[in-house]
Design a protein around this ligand. Structure first.
Ligand code: 2HA
Ligand code: ZN
Length: 268
């Protein structure tokens, strides 16, 4: 199955992970990415099951689905150099309780410790968007910093970011979900993240990082990039006297002009 290294989706995965690392969003083994693939996309590369790995949870909605994803303990920095060790292709079977390894994790490794949050978030997003494909977790510096100095109220957190650039409300009109600090790598944080993902493509993990979801790697990267830029602007100005801002009325004008419907009550 070495041909998989030339697959367009693999190249795009490596490029995305490399760009995330270059942005400083994924220090050491921080962050994890998973991409849903169809049988058609992977069929020509498949030649059998290498190993079966228990997942530790159930996700019937993803029965039989294929996922290209990052491995536990792997450094994003190494992905372009050791893709076959750092990445894996799995198929979920037995109601999501088993992952069949089809390619990758060639040093005997396994999928990301955050698999519950990924798989449950995929299921949640698919239930509201049939074109959904990507879940991307990282530790973007400015959003992470913001969770120490800004209220974690979702409406307030979102409104602050919407005001940090005119196009923010167009990129994430549904706003951000925010979870309080929780232990990562558990089914509990996976369930809580997926619950937020029904309404938001961005979910902040306070004092930890961010989850983003979307229809393509490119688009999901761009979503996170936009929110992270807004957080950077916020941290640059939060301690200065504010002379000008984007008003509630201007947020409303943009939402109306571009046809977006933010959550009720979040615009004013
Ligand atoms: O170890 O970022 O949340 C990777 C992580 C866990
Ligand atoms: Zn993390």
């Amino acid at each position: 199955m070495s041909g998989l290294l030339t697959a367009p989706f693999l190249k795009e995965m490596v490029r995305t992970v490399s760009d995330m690392y270059a942005r400083g969003w994924d220090e050491r083994n921080g962050g994890n990415v998973s991409l849903l693939l169809t049988e058609d996309e992977v069929a020509s590369y498949l030649d059998g099951v290498l190993r079966e790995i228990p997942t530790g949870f159930e996700a019937p909605a993803l029965e039989g689905r294929y996922l290209l994803l990052t491995g536990t303990g792997k450094y994003f920095r190494n992905v372009p150099h050791q893709p076959e060790e750092c990445l894996g292709l799995i198929r979920l079977t037995e109601q999501g309780r088993t992952a069949q390894l089809l390619w990758g994790f060639s040093d005997g490794g396994s999928f990301t410790s955050e698999l519950p949050a990924h798989v449950l978030s995929h299921a949640a997003r698919l239930s509201v968007d049939p074109n959904h494909r990507v879940v991307l977790h990282c530790h973007p510096t400015n959003l992470l910093a913001m969770t120490y100095v800004h209220t974690l109220d979702e409406r307030e957190f979102t409104r602050t970011l919407w005001r940090m650039g005119t196009e923010c409300i167009a990129v994430f009109p549904e706003g951000l979900g925010v979870l309080p600090w929780m232990l990562c790598g558990t089914n509990e944080i996976g369930v809580a993240t997926a619950e937020k993902m029904r309404r938001h493509r961005l979910v902040v993990w306070a004092q930890h990082g961010l989850y983003g979801a979307g229809n393509a790697l490119d688009q999901t990267f761009g979503l996170i990039e936009t929110a992270e830029k807004a957080a950077e602007v916020y941290l640059k100005i939060a301690h200065l006297p504010i002379v000008n801002t984007i008003t509630d009325q201007q947020l409303r004008i943009m939402a109306d002009a571009w046809g977006y419907r933010p959550p009720t009550g979040w615009l004013e």
